[in-house]
Design a protein around this ligand. Structure first.
Ligand code: GLU
Length: 479
């Protein structure tokens, strides 16, 4: 039988990292077992669902490289089918109309609260007679449909991540509401637990992999599967992503949507690699830098931890920097070029742009770092305090003067790394100035500070953009 997994996001907000990681685990497992990965948009909350969020989720999935196999299904287009199943449940006696008003339900909650009891419906309308129903309707009361939950039943399933899970019927909050309120004998809009069972069955889903916050829903859903004689899928509940304090990661942790990660300069490969390791680690590989295809080969749901995965910016940043280092220079310079264009910075040649990308690659954590790091290659930087202090050193100005003389007097056709080193060696020997002083002085002239990327490689680039001499002159003048 074909193995089929799905992501069932509700488009009520931007694509969040928690949903993205659920998608990733589903996708990885589908690849691993040669199954299909499907999407169902659960857009039945008409007030909060927006098509812009559906687009955002689908774009985010594409960006992460999580391709789905069939046209996404929209739950809102299946409402009449959901209702037809509710009707069946009503007819078979597995469900019934409940006319309890909002006020009556709040009262019940209040009383339970006073007694320190958890909220639980008292199933007061489970056995209404036809006449009682007629009376409620004639009074103008609306009704929801409730599914009967046997208090004495124990629901058991083998979760692929957590092993055997047992849930008691009495702990499910009383008879389950399947649909919203409706007038007369109508059936209102179906609710999550009903719709999800009908749709997973319709889509022939064989494996349901979702967050652990759905465990009690699974217990309820299993009862609906059984009442409808549907085949049960396998269930797996993934741990939550936690913040540094061990609490559920939320918007307050400044980690929200996937496109924010993209805009911050994370690479999709790095983010998906990182997310896979949030709650899972391979038994058969020591490497942490693995592509999605590599992970899918060794991934197994049973290896996912039961405990929540702590989100760490440090680890994500490290992973991103590893991916940037590994990136093909053409691809990297293509990305960096866009940042330059945004700033109206024009590289003197393609080759120069390429060389600068390679130079910056090693010190970048985020793609966006390229903006600050390439700025001094396009704009003459102001001299910082550490640079100023260094220029006080008696040999530093002399160093710059000597380098300037060399550059203006000698006929240098091409200043490459070899030539640059040669110049420094010669001046150092001839004038008995330490090479370190020469290099630091030059660094201040180029970058306005004692920090920056590799000096010799940078010099080659400044020479090619014909700004090395003017930078040295400017530095000598400014003091
Ligand atoms: N729409 C539900 C959610 O986003 C789906 C849960 C499920 O996978 O069944 O939480």
């Amino acid at each position: 039988m074909e193995k089929r997994l799905r992501l069932a996001p509700s488009p009520t907000g931007l694509f969040h990292i928690g949903t993205a990681r659920t998608a990733l685990f589903n996708w990885l497992y589908a690849q691993k077992i040669g199954g299909k990965f499907l999407i169902r948009i659960e857009d039945t909350d008409f007030l909060r669902s927006k098509s812009k969020y559906t687009d955002n989720i689908l774009e985010g999935l594409k960006w992460l490289g999580l391709k789905w196999d069939e046209e996404p299904i929209k739950q809102s287009e299946r409402i009449s089918i959901h209702k037809s199943y509710i009707k069946k449940l009503l007819e078979s006696g597995a469900a019934y109309r409940c006319f309890a008003t909002e006020d009556e339900i709040s009262k019940l909650r209040e009383e339970q609260k006073k007694k320190g009891l958890p909220p639980k419906h008292d199933n007061r309308h489970r056995n209404l007679s036809k006449e009682e129903i007629e009376t409620f309707i004639s009074q103008g009361r609306t009704s929801v449909i409730r599914f009967k939950i046997d208090e004495k039943i124990q629901i058991t399933w083998v979760d692929q991540i957590r092993g055997e899970i047992k849930w008691q019927g009495k702990d499910l909050g009383g008879d389950l509401v399947l649909s919203r309120r409706a007038k007369n004998y109508e059936i209102g809009d179906p609710l999550y637990n009903l719709a999800v069972v009908i749709d997973d069955n319709f889509m022939n889903i064989t494996h349901v992999v979702r967050g652990e916050d759905h465990i009690s829903n699974t217990a309820k859903q299993i009862l609906i599967y059984k009442a409808l004689n549907f085949k049960l899928p396998n269930f797996s509940h993934t741990p939550l992503i936690l913040n540094s304090e061990g609490k559920k990661l939320s918007k307050r942790d400044s980690v929200t949507s996937i496109d924010e990660f993209r805009d911050m300069g994370y690479l999709p490969e790095a983010l998906s690699n990182y997310m896979a390791f949030l709650g899972w680690s391979p038994k058969s590989s020591d490497s942490e830098i693995l592509s999605l295809d590599e992970i899918s080969e060794i991934f197994d749901l049973s290896e996912i931890n039961k405990a929540g995965g702590k989100f760490s910016w440090e680890k994500l940043n490290w992973m991103n920097s590893q991916y940037i280092k590994k990136m093909e220079s053409i691809k990297l310079s293509g990305i960096i070029k866009k940042y330059w264009e945004d700033n109206d910075w024009v590289p003197p040649s393609q080759e120069w742009a390429h060389k600068l990308a390679i130079l910056l690659r090693d010190s970048m954590t985020l793609l966006k770092d390229a903006i600050d790091q390439s700025r001094p290659f396009f704009l003459i930087p102001t001299i910082q305090k550490d640079g100023q202090d260094f220029l006080e050193n008696k040999d530093s100005k002399l160093s710059l003067k000597l380098i300037l003389n060399y550059l203006t007097e000698e006929d240098i056709t091409k200043l490459d790394k070899k030539k640059a080193k040669e110049i420094l060696n010669e001046i150092s020997k001839m004038h008995n100035i330490k090479k370190g002083i020469l290099m630091k002085s030059l660094r201040v002239a180029f970058f306005g500070s004692l920090s920056g990327p590799d000096l010799i490689q940078s010099w080659e680039l400044f020479s090619e953009s014909k700004t090395d001499i003017s930078r040295i002159e400017r530095c000598l003048k400014s003091n």
